[in-house]
Design a protein around this ligand. Sequence first.
Ligand code: FMN
Length: 131
Amino acid sequence: MNTHDHRKLFSPVQIGPITLGHRVVMAPLTRSRSQQPGDIPNDLMRECYTQRASEGGFIVTEATNISITGRGWLGAPGMYSDQQVEGWKKITAAVRAKFATVSRLDQTAPYEQKFHLDRPSKPGFSKHMVS
Ligand SMILES: Cc1cc2nc3c(=O)[nH]c(=O)nc-3n(C[C@H](O)[C@H](O)[C@H](O)COP(=O)(O)O)c2cc1C
């Protein structure tokens, strides 16, 4: 990477409505760390995302179940129960709090990768869920 490329990597970029302070984006990375039972985003996940948050940065969350019937493996977080939504809210708030002194605060958020595994999903996983 030459000096010019290096400067570009750390320069702002506009992606649709979002202005990023730099171009180092966190890719979706499944960690299978959600609280069980319930696939609830927890403190360990919050710590992980907060550690990787940076000023003007962009985070895509790990694959997140949109339905109990679409789960593909144990440990992936969900986004279809109230507890899961509350868990994600804490993570989002923690990431944003890290940028509390940054003017682009309201434009910097983890973007969630939602998924439904469809036919390969394992219905048997449902028994691990809380209602
Ligand atoms: C441990 C691990 C977990 C991953 N989890 C996801 C995921 O949840 N969703 C997804 O789309 N990609 C996932 N990926 C793929 C990464 O996002 C991908 O490796 C990254 O974007 C870099 O792209 P490359 O492997 O083609 O270089 C995962 C990769 C690894 C190594």
